[in-house]
Design a protein around this ligand. Structure first.
Ligand code: ADP
Ligand code: 5GP
Length: 208
C-alpha cells in the first residue's frame, strides 16, 4: 500500500497581535499533533511568564554565543532585545515526523522561509480593524500604551501578506481552524513532499 509522507510540516503563523493566532493554534493542536516551538529572548520575563513555557530567557552573551554556534533558524533584534527560534528543537521534531508550529513576526517568517523553503507560511487576518481592537482590549493582557502600539503595527504587518503562502480570515473560529487543518492536509499531499513515491508501478490484478 502506498502511503503519503510521514515527515513533519513546519507551519509558521504570523498576523497582528489579537488576530487570534494563539487561539487557532490551541484548537488545532486538539485535532492534529503539533509541537510548539518556544522562542528564546534576552528580554526580562513579564510577571506570570515562565522559563521554557513562554520563552527561554537568555542573557545577551548567551544569545550571542548561540547565534555564533548557528543555534537559531532565525533571529531578530527588536529594540534592545534579541528574539530567536532555536534550531535544535525544530529540526529534531521534524526529523521525528512531528509537525511544528512557530508563531513569529513577519521578519522572522521571511527568514525561516529563506532557510527552510518547505516551511508553510500562514497569515492570520482579523475580519476588520474594529474587531481587532475589540479582541485586543477583550483579551485584557496589554496596557493602553501597548494596545496603541500593537494596533499601529497591525497595518505594517498586514502589508507583508504577499510573502505568505496562505491567508486565513479569522471571523468564525471553527471555520478558521478547519481552514488551517485543510492547509496542512493539502501540504501533506504535495508531490514535492512525496518524492519517494514510485512514478510507475505495475497494477496488480486482485486475486479472486
Ligand atoms: P494573537 O495570538 O493573534 O495575539 P489571541 O489568540 O490571543 O490572538 O486572540 C485575541 C483575542 O481574540 C482572545 O481573547 C481570543 O479569545 C479572541 N478570539 C480569537 N479568535 C476569535 C474569533 N474567531 N472570534 C472572536 N474572538 C476571537
Ligand atoms: P513580546 O516581547 O511582546 O513577547 O514579543 C515581541 C515581538 O517579538 C513580537 O512581535 C513577537 O512576534 C516577536 N517574536 C517572538 N518570538 C520571536 C522569534 O523567535 N523570532 C522573531 N523573529 N520574533 C519573535
Amino acid at each position: 500500500m502506498l502511503k503519503l509522507t510521514d515527515k513533519g510540516i513546519l507551519i509558521v503563523m504570523s498576523g497582528p497581535s489579537g488576530a487570534g493566532k494563539g487561539t487557532i493554534c490551541a484548537h488545532l493542536r486538539e485535532k492534529i499533533p503539533m509541537a510548539l516551538s518556544i522562542s528564546a529572548t534576552t528580554r526580562k520575563p513579564r510577571s506570570g511568564e515562565e522559563e521554557g513555557i513562554n520563552y527561554f530567557f537568555l542573557t545577551k552573551e548567551q544569545f550571542e554565543e548561540k547565534i555564533a554556534a548557528d543555534g537559531f533558524i532565525e533571529w531578530a533584534r527588536v529594540y534592545d532585545n534579541y528574539y530567536g527560534t532555536p534550531r535544535a528543537f525544530v529540526e529534531e521534531q521534524l526529523a521525528a515526523g512531528k509537525n511544528v508550529m512557530l508563531e513569529i513576526d513577519p521578519q522572522g517568517a521571511k527568514n525561516v522561509k529563506q532557510a527552510m523553503p518547505e516551511a508553510v507560511l500562514v497569515f492570520v487576518m482579523p475580519p476588520s480593524f474594529k474587531e481587532l481592537e475589540r479582541r485586543i482590549r477583550g483579551r485584557g493582557t496589554e496596557t493602553e500604551e501597548q494596545i496603541t502600539k500593537r494596533l499601529s503595527c497591525a497595518v505594517s504587518e498586514i502589508n507583508t501578506l504577499d510573502a505568505y503562502d496562505y491567508v486565513i480570515i479569522n471571523s468564525d473560529l471553527d471555520l478558521a481552524v478547519d481552514q488551517l487543518t485543510a492547509i496542512i492536509d493539502a501540504e501533506k499531499c504535495k508531490v514535492s513532499r512525496n518524492t519517494s513515491l514510485p512514478n510507475t508501478f505495475e497494477l496488480e490484478k486482485d486475486s479472486e
